[in-house]
Design a protein around this ligand. Structure first.
Ligand SMILES: [Zn+2]
Length: 105
């Protein structure tokens, strides 16, 4: 596996991971278990979560991330819906909340 990126929050990593998985990329998130064991909030910034992908899929994944970030920045894909369970924002194409799994309604 090869490290693709790291982010300040697990939220960012999860959204990108979900996006990549939806496009056929196998992803692995690291530095999340560590924080759980130490009982440190993943949002504390002490441990930066990392997204790893298979080397064969690295360039495809990098392109998808670039497209994803472009969509975020340009606001063309702004049909976000808010989870009623945990109040997290979810991309329009998610049928259930990435964070808590509650179905979209
Ligand atoms: Zn939720």
């Amino acid at each position: 596996m090869r490290k693709l990126l790291e982010a300040d929050s697990l939220t960012d990593i999860n959204l990108i991971a979900h996006y990549l998985q939806g496009n056929g990329i196998t992803v692995e998130i690291q530095n999340t278990q560590q924080s759980a064991v130490l009982n440190i909030s993943p949002f504390s910034g002490l441990v930066r979560p990392e997204l790893w992908v298979h080397p064969d899929q690295f360039s495809a994944a990098a392109k998808l991330v670039a497209r994803y970030q472009h969509e975020q920045a340009s606001g063309t894909d702004e049909k976000e819906w808010l989870c009623r369970g945990c109040r997290e924002g979810n991309p329009d194409n998610f049928g259930s909340c990435w964070s808590c799994g509650q179905a979209r309604k």
